[in-house]
Design a protein around this ligand. Sequence first.
Ligand code: ATP
Length: 312
Amino acid sequence: MIEVCELNKQFGAIHAVKDVSFRVEKGDVLGFLGPNGAGKTTTMRMITGYLPPTSGRVSVMGHDVATESLAARSVIGYLPESAPTYGEMTVREFLRFIAEVRGFRGIEREKRVDQVMERCFLTHVQRQTIETLSKGYRQRVGLAQALLHEPRVLIMDEPTDGLDPNQKHIVRNMITDMGREKAIILSTHVLEEVEAICSRVIIIAGGRLVANSTPAELKQQSLYHNAVLLRLTEPRKDAAKQIKALDKVTQVEKIDSHALRIYPEKGEMILPAVLELARNQKWPIASIHAEEGRLDEVFRRLTATQAEEAAA
Ligand code: ATP
């Protein structure tokens, strides 16, 4: 539903986006990650037709965003960063205005506005001016304007930024529900959000794409993938030494007097071997489990070079 081919954007001397290519299918919720200044917003602006690329091409549901701009934009809903709206308008006035811009008139316009307000839990504030709303509500007005024409493709720039945990939960549930029917791209700095709602992840650093996979595959690249966390009810002096001697164990880290983290060679499953040793030695096990891996550590590793270059 979205095809991005060798996209580049240059702002004078700044090469903000470099040869970025990827596809998004129906049912995908794609998390777009990257450090500050990595090029996420710029890429999203090019996908939505808001900014022309220096080179490369974007097609949305078969429409080239540059040459068939209106057709492409009619199937896209876009929630830009900080959900810009017109503060002096009431919620209803603003959504009515957006409905007209989208070509709806009369009863159809009113029906769309009512439906989208209900969907975004805005009906009770419809007569309030937007500037008097809290940030969470303003963000939901932004989401409502992006959804009003029932787009097949939804692009959202940090949709839960600055929201409290309850509001975040509401917006994440809405995204998960919509994800079944649409192709969604959302940018975020919140890695737990990616794990909670995204089916795919793209990481961009210094304008370049450095990862394109599922959250589970990314976690498999973590140094912690299949690391074993062993906690004993009483310490055993030579436990670390004996574990270190096991096949496919690279390192044993002492967390505290009772707990060890055991790192495997290349993500190998070492849990059964550690468990067998612990049982044979009659160590008093309080808990033992293998870790899945950590997205934050993979993210830091994949983006570290670019971050260092930027700092220099
Ligand atoms: P953040 O996570 O902080 O929102 P981002 O990944 O969205 O960052 P972009 O906003 O896309 O990053 O910016 C990428 C680079 O392009 C940055 O170096 C930024 O300063 C530069 N940039 C973006 N827009 C413009 C512009 N209109 N003119 C000049 N430079 C720009």
